[in-house]
Ligand binder design. Structure first.
Ligand SMILES: *Cc1c(COP(=O)(O)O)cnc(C)c1O
Length: 304
Protein backbone atom coordinates (compact mmCIF):
# COMPACT_ATOMS: atom_id res chain seq x y z
CA UNK A 1 0.00 0.00 0.00
CA UNK A 2 1.00 3.57 -0.57
CA UNK A 3 1.67 5.30 2.75
CA UNK A 4 -1.48 7.18 3.70
CA UNK A 5 -1.78 10.76 2.53
CA UNK A 6 -2.46 13.60 4.94
CA UNK A 7 -5.90 14.54 3.64
CA UNK A 8 -7.50 16.99 3.53
CA UNK A 9 -4.40 19.17 3.22
CA UNK A 10 -4.39 22.29 5.43
CA UNK A 11 -5.73 25.65 4.34
CA UNK A 12 -3.69 28.56 5.74
CA UNK A 13 -4.79 32.18 5.84
CA UNK A 14 -1.92 34.61 5.26
CA UNK A 15 -1.58 38.23 6.11
CA UNK A 16 0.15 39.89 3.18
CA UNK A 17 0.40 43.68 2.82
CA UNK A 18 0.52 43.77 -1.00
CA UNK A 19 -2.67 41.76 -1.28
CA UNK A 20 -4.38 43.57 1.56
CA UNK A 21 -3.71 46.95 -0.08
CA UNK A 22 -5.44 45.60 -3.18
CA UNK A 23 -8.45 44.50 -1.12
CA UNK A 24 -7.65 40.80 -1.52
CA UNK A 25 -7.49 37.90 0.88
CA UNK A 26 -4.75 35.32 0.45
CA UNK A 27 -4.86 31.69 1.49
CA UNK A 28 -2.55 28.76 0.77
CA UNK A 29 -3.85 25.24 0.15
CA UNK A 30 -0.90 23.26 1.47
CA UNK A 31 -0.73 20.31 -0.91
CA UNK A 32 3.02 20.36 -0.33
CA UNK A 33 2.25 18.64 2.99
CA UNK A 34 0.24 15.86 1.33
CA UNK A 35 2.76 13.02 1.16
CA UNK A 36 6.50 12.81 1.83
CA UNK A 37 7.49 10.68 -1.18
CA UNK A 38 4.78 11.59 -3.69
CA UNK A 39 4.29 15.29 -3.12
CA UNK A 40 1.45 17.60 -3.94
CA UNK A 41 -0.16 17.41 -7.29
CA UNK A 42 1.89 14.32 -8.20
CA UNK A 43 -0.03 12.29 -5.62
CA UNK A 44 -3.35 13.81 -6.76
CA UNK A 45 -2.57 12.83 -10.36
CA UNK A 46 -0.94 9.43 -9.83
CA UNK A 47 -3.25 7.70 -7.39
CA UNK A 48 -6.32 7.67 -9.70
CA UNK A 49 -4.09 6.08 -12.36
CA UNK A 50 -2.26 3.55 -10.20
CA UNK A 51 -4.96 1.99 -8.10
CA UNK A 52 -7.14 0.98 -11.11
CA UNK A 53 -3.99 -0.17 -12.95
CA UNK A 54 -3.18 -2.62 -10.21
CA UNK A 55 -6.77 -3.82 -10.13
CA UNK A 56 -6.58 -4.44 -13.89
CA UNK A 57 -3.56 -6.67 -13.35
CA UNK A 58 -0.77 -4.33 -14.38
CA UNK A 59 2.55 -5.02 -12.67
CA UNK A 60 4.70 -2.47 -14.47
CA UNK A 61 4.45 1.24 -15.24
CA UNK A 62 6.24 3.27 -17.86
CA UNK A 63 6.38 7.03 -18.04
CA UNK A 64 8.43 10.00 -19.27
CA UNK A 65 10.28 12.99 -17.91
CA UNK A 66 13.22 15.34 -18.08
CA UNK A 67 16.52 15.07 -16.22
CA UNK A 68 15.09 16.56 -12.99
CA UNK A 69 11.50 15.38 -13.35
CA UNK A 70 9.52 15.36 -10.11
CA UNK A 71 6.99 13.19 -11.94
CA UNK A 72 9.60 10.46 -12.49
CA UNK A 73 10.67 10.49 -8.84
CA UNK A 74 7.05 10.48 -7.65
CA UNK A 75 6.05 7.66 -10.04
CA UNK A 76 9.05 5.59 -8.94
CA UNK A 77 8.12 6.02 -5.27
CA UNK A 78 4.42 5.34 -5.80
CA UNK A 79 5.07 2.28 -7.96
CA UNK A 80 7.48 0.84 -5.39
CA UNK A 81 4.97 1.42 -2.60
CA UNK A 82 2.29 -0.41 -4.58
CA UNK A 83 4.59 -3.31 -5.49
CA UNK A 84 4.73 -2.37 -9.17
CA UNK A 85 7.92 -2.17 -11.21
CA UNK A 86 8.56 1.02 -13.16
CA UNK A 87 10.40 2.34 -16.18
CA UNK A 88 11.27 6.00 -16.70
CA UNK A 89 12.19 7.22 -20.17
CA UNK A 90 14.33 10.31 -19.83
CA UNK A 91 14.73 13.14 -22.33
CA UNK A 92 18.40 13.32 -23.37
CA UNK A 93 20.49 10.38 -24.51
CA UNK A 94 23.67 12.17 -23.37
CA UNK A 95 22.56 11.49 -19.78
CA UNK A 96 22.89 7.72 -20.26
CA UNK A 97 26.63 7.60 -19.69
CA UNK A 98 26.91 10.57 -17.33
CA UNK A 99 26.96 10.30 -13.53
CA UNK A 100 23.33 10.34 -12.34
CA UNK A 101 22.05 13.63 -10.98
CA UNK A 102 20.29 13.58 -7.57
CA UNK A 103 16.84 13.32 -9.12
CA UNK A 104 17.53 10.36 -11.40
CA UNK A 105 19.49 8.72 -8.59
CA UNK A 106 16.43 9.03 -6.34
CA UNK A 107 14.21 7.47 -9.04
CA UNK A 108 16.65 4.57 -9.42
CA UNK A 109 16.89 4.17 -5.65
CA UNK A 110 13.10 3.55 -5.66
CA UNK A 111 13.67 0.77 -8.18
CA UNK A 112 12.85 2.63 -11.40
CA UNK A 113 14.63 1.36 -14.48
CA UNK A 114 15.77 4.27 -16.65
CA UNK A 115 16.02 4.51 -20.42
CA UNK A 116 17.40 7.50 -22.29
CA UNK A 117 16.00 8.91 -25.52
CA UNK A 118 17.31 11.53 -27.89
CA UNK A 119 15.23 14.68 -27.86
CA UNK A 120 13.74 13.74 -31.23
CA UNK A 121 12.86 10.19 -30.09
CA UNK A 122 11.43 11.55 -26.89
CA UNK A 123 9.22 14.06 -28.69
CA UNK A 124 8.05 11.44 -31.19
CA UNK A 125 7.27 8.94 -28.45
CA UNK A 126 5.38 11.23 -26.04
CA UNK A 127 3.37 12.68 -28.92
CA UNK A 128 2.67 9.25 -30.43
CA UNK A 129 1.32 7.25 -27.50
CA UNK A 130 -2.03 6.80 -29.23
CA UNK A 131 -0.26 5.31 -32.26
CA UNK A 132 -0.33 1.48 -32.09
CA UNK A 133 3.16 1.28 -33.66
CA UNK A 134 4.64 3.47 -30.91
CA UNK A 135 2.87 1.44 -28.22
CA UNK A 136 4.09 -1.82 -29.77
CA UNK A 137 7.66 -0.51 -29.88
CA UNK A 138 7.54 0.37 -26.18
CA UNK A 139 6.05 -3.03 -25.27
CA UNK A 140 8.72 -4.84 -27.28
CA UNK A 141 11.56 -2.97 -25.59
CA UNK A 142 10.18 -2.70 -22.03
CA UNK A 143 7.56 -5.44 -21.67
CA UNK A 144 3.87 -5.05 -20.96
CA UNK A 145 3.48 -1.77 -19.12
CA UNK A 146 0.79 0.68 -18.21
CA UNK A 147 2.03 3.77 -20.06
CA UNK A 148 1.43 7.11 -18.37
CA UNK A 149 1.87 10.23 -20.50
CA UNK A 150 4.44 12.94 -19.75
CA UNK A 151 3.72 14.53 -16.38
CA UNK A 152 1.16 11.77 -15.73
CA UNK A 153 -1.40 14.12 -17.25
CA UNK A 154 -4.51 12.35 -18.49
CA UNK A 155 -8.22 12.08 -17.67
CA UNK A 156 -7.82 10.19 -14.36
CA UNK A 157 -5.15 12.69 -13.26
CA UNK A 158 -7.58 15.55 -13.88
CA UNK A 159 -10.27 13.90 -11.77
CA UNK A 160 -7.67 13.43 -9.00
CA UNK A 161 -6.83 17.15 -9.01
CA UNK A 162 -10.55 17.98 -8.86
CA UNK A 163 -10.42 16.80 -5.22
CA UNK A 164 -8.37 19.90 -4.33
CA UNK A 165 -11.25 22.43 -4.47
CA UNK A 166 -13.63 19.80 -3.12
CA UNK A 167 -11.61 19.91 0.14
CA UNK A 168 -12.10 23.67 0.52
CA UNK A 169 -15.33 24.65 2.28
CA UNK A 170 -17.64 27.45 1.18
CA UNK A 171 -16.17 28.31 -2.22
CA UNK A 172 -18.28 30.72 -4.21
CA UNK A 173 -18.30 33.72 -6.53
CA UNK A 174 -15.64 35.67 -4.63
CA UNK A 175 -13.11 32.83 -4.84
CA UNK A 176 -10.19 32.56 -7.23
CA UNK A 177 -8.04 29.43 -7.05
CA UNK A 178 -4.52 29.81 -8.45
CA UNK A 179 -2.00 27.16 -9.40
CA UNK A 180 1.02 26.73 -11.66
CA UNK A 181 0.60 25.27 -15.13
CA UNK A 182 3.11 22.78 -16.50
CA UNK A 183 1.04 20.36 -18.57
CA UNK A 184 -2.21 21.91 -17.27
CA UNK A 185 -3.76 18.78 -15.73
CA UNK A 186 -3.77 20.25 -12.24
CA UNK A 187 -5.49 23.46 -13.39
CA UNK A 188 -7.96 21.38 -15.41
CA UNK A 189 -8.89 19.39 -12.31
CA UNK A 190 -9.16 22.43 -10.07
CA UNK A 191 -11.44 24.19 -12.55
CA UNK A 192 -13.61 21.10 -12.92
CA UNK A 193 -13.96 20.71 -9.17
CA UNK A 194 -15.10 24.29 -8.47
CA UNK A 195 -18.68 25.10 -7.54
CA UNK A 196 -20.63 27.54 -9.74
CA UNK A 197 -19.30 31.10 -9.66
CA UNK A 198 -15.80 30.33 -8.41
CA UNK A 199 -12.94 30.66 -10.89
CA UNK A 200 -9.45 29.27 -11.50
CA UNK A 201 -6.34 31.06 -12.69
CA UNK A 202 -3.29 29.13 -13.89
CA UNK A 203 0.16 30.65 -14.19
CA UNK A 204 2.12 29.21 -17.11
CA UNK A 205 5.67 28.38 -16.02
CA UNK A 206 6.86 27.87 -19.58
CA UNK A 207 7.35 30.44 -22.29
CA UNK A 208 5.32 30.45 -25.49
CA UNK A 209 2.43 28.29 -24.30
CA UNK A 210 -0.32 30.67 -25.48
CA UNK A 211 -2.96 28.74 -27.35
CA UNK A 212 -1.23 25.39 -26.90
CA UNK A 213 -1.93 25.17 -23.15
CA UNK A 214 -5.54 26.34 -23.56
CA UNK A 215 -5.96 23.58 -26.13
CA UNK A 216 -4.49 21.06 -23.70
CA UNK A 217 -6.92 22.12 -20.97
CA UNK A 218 -9.87 21.69 -23.33
CA UNK A 219 -8.55 18.28 -24.45
CA UNK A 220 -8.03 17.11 -20.84
CA UNK A 221 -11.50 18.32 -19.86
CA UNK A 222 -13.07 16.42 -22.76
CA UNK A 223 -11.06 13.31 -21.86
CA UNK A 224 -12.04 13.42 -18.18
CA UNK A 225 -15.58 14.82 -18.35
CA UNK A 226 -16.67 14.72 -21.99
CA UNK A 227 -17.11 18.50 -22.02
CA UNK A 228 -15.27 21.81 -21.69
CA UNK A 229 -15.35 24.35 -18.85
CA UNK A 230 -15.32 28.15 -19.03
CA UNK A 231 -14.37 29.08 -15.44
CA UNK A 232 -10.59 29.26 -15.89
CA UNK A 233 -7.86 31.18 -17.64
CA UNK A 234 -4.10 31.00 -17.98
CA UNK A 235 -1.72 33.91 -17.36
CA UNK A 236 1.18 33.77 -19.81
CA UNK A 237 3.07 36.84 -18.59
CA UNK A 238 4.84 35.42 -15.53
CA UNK A 239 6.94 32.51 -16.83
CA UNK A 240 10.10 34.24 -15.65
CA UNK A 241 11.98 33.53 -18.87
CA UNK A 242 10.83 29.95 -19.38
CA UNK A 243 10.57 26.50 -17.88
CA UNK A 244 12.97 25.92 -15.00
CA UNK A 245 14.27 29.50 -15.11
CA UNK A 246 14.55 31.24 -11.74
CA UNK A 247 15.49 34.88 -12.39
CA UNK A 248 17.08 36.90 -9.57
CA UNK A 249 13.83 38.81 -8.99
CA UNK A 250 11.93 35.55 -8.44
CA UNK A 251 14.62 34.24 -6.11
CA UNK A 252 14.53 37.47 -4.08
CA UNK A 253 10.71 37.39 -3.88
CA UNK A 254 10.74 33.74 -2.79
CA UNK A 255 13.40 34.27 -0.13
CA UNK A 256 11.49 37.24 1.27
CA UNK A 257 8.18 35.34 1.23
CA UNK A 258 9.81 32.40 3.02
CA UNK A 259 11.15 34.67 5.71
CA UNK A 260 7.89 36.56 6.23
CA UNK A 261 5.63 33.51 6.23
CA UNK A 262 7.88 30.70 7.43
CA UNK A 263 7.11 28.44 4.45
CA UNK A 264 9.77 26.87 2.22
CA UNK A 265 8.82 27.53 -1.43
CA UNK A 266 9.49 25.39 -4.45
CA UNK A 267 10.86 27.87 -7.00
CA UNK A 268 10.03 26.75 -10.55
CA UNK A 269 6.27 26.40 -10.04
CA UNK A 270 5.05 27.56 -6.64
CA UNK A 271 7.14 30.72 -6.16
CA UNK A 272 6.41 31.73 -9.77
CA UNK A 273 2.69 31.46 -9.11
CA UNK A 274 2.89 33.47 -5.89
CA UNK A 275 4.96 36.18 -7.58
CA UNK A 276 2.41 36.32 -10.41
CA UNK A 277 -0.41 36.76 -7.88
CA UNK A 278 1.55 39.55 -6.18
CA UNK A 279 2.21 41.33 -9.44
CA UNK A 280 -1.38 40.98 -10.61
CA UNK A 281 -2.59 42.29 -7.23
CA UNK A 282 -0.18 45.24 -7.29
CA UNK A 283 -1.30 46.07 -10.84
CA UNK A 284 -4.96 46.10 -9.79
CA UNK A 285 -5.72 43.17 -12.08
CA UNK A 286 -7.70 41.23 -9.45
CA UNK A 287 -11.07 42.59 -8.36
CA UNK A 288 -11.14 43.91 -4.76
CA UNK A 289 -12.99 41.51 -2.47
CA UNK A 290 -11.56 38.47 -4.22
CA UNK A 291 -10.42 35.66 -1.95
CA UNK A 292 -7.32 34.21 -3.60
CA UNK A 293 -6.32 30.65 -2.73
CA UNK A 294 -2.95 29.57 -4.09
CA UNK A 295 -2.50 25.82 -4.31
CA UNK A 296 1.01 24.92 -3.13
CA UNK A 297 1.47 22.06 -5.58
CA UNK A 298 4.80 20.71 -4.37
CA UNK A 299 7.86 20.75 -2.18
CA UNK A 300 11.18 22.50 -2.72
CA UNK A 301 13.84 20.34 -4.31
CA UNK A 302 16.01 18.61 -1.71
CA UNK A 303 18.99 19.95 -3.69
CA UNK A 304 19.20 23.43 -5.20
C1 LIG B 1 4.75 18.85 -11.74
C2 LIG B 1 4.42 20.09 -11.02
C3 LIG B 1 3.47 21.02 -11.52
C4 LIG B 1 2.83 20.88 -12.89
O1 LIG B 1 1.53 20.39 -12.87
P1 LIG B 1 0.70 20.16 -14.21
O2 LIG B 1 -0.45 19.33 -13.80
O3 LIG B 1 1.61 19.41 -15.16
O4 LIG B 1 0.34 21.47 -14.78
C5 LIG B 1 3.14 22.10 -10.72
N1 LIG B 1 3.74 22.30 -9.52
C6 LIG B 1 4.69 21.46 -9.04
C7 LIG B 1 5.33 21.77 -7.73
C8 LIG B 1 5.06 20.34 -9.77
O5 LIG B 1 6.01 19.51 -9.29
Amino acid sequence: MLAPAALPTPLHQLSDPVLERAGLELRLKRDDLLHPAVPGNKWRKLVPNLEPARERGHTRLLTFGGAYSTHLRATAAAAAALGLSSVGLVRGEELAGAPRNWSLRAAEASGMELGFLTRAEYRRTVAGLADPAVAAGLAERWGRCLVLPEGGSNGPAVTGAAAIPAEIPDLGPRDLLCCPVGTGATLAGIAAGLPPGARALGVAVLRGGEGYLEGELARLHREAYGREFANWRIDHAHHGGGYGKVPAELEAFAADFEERHGIALERRYVAKTLLAVHELAAAGALAPGTRVTVVVTGLPDPVR
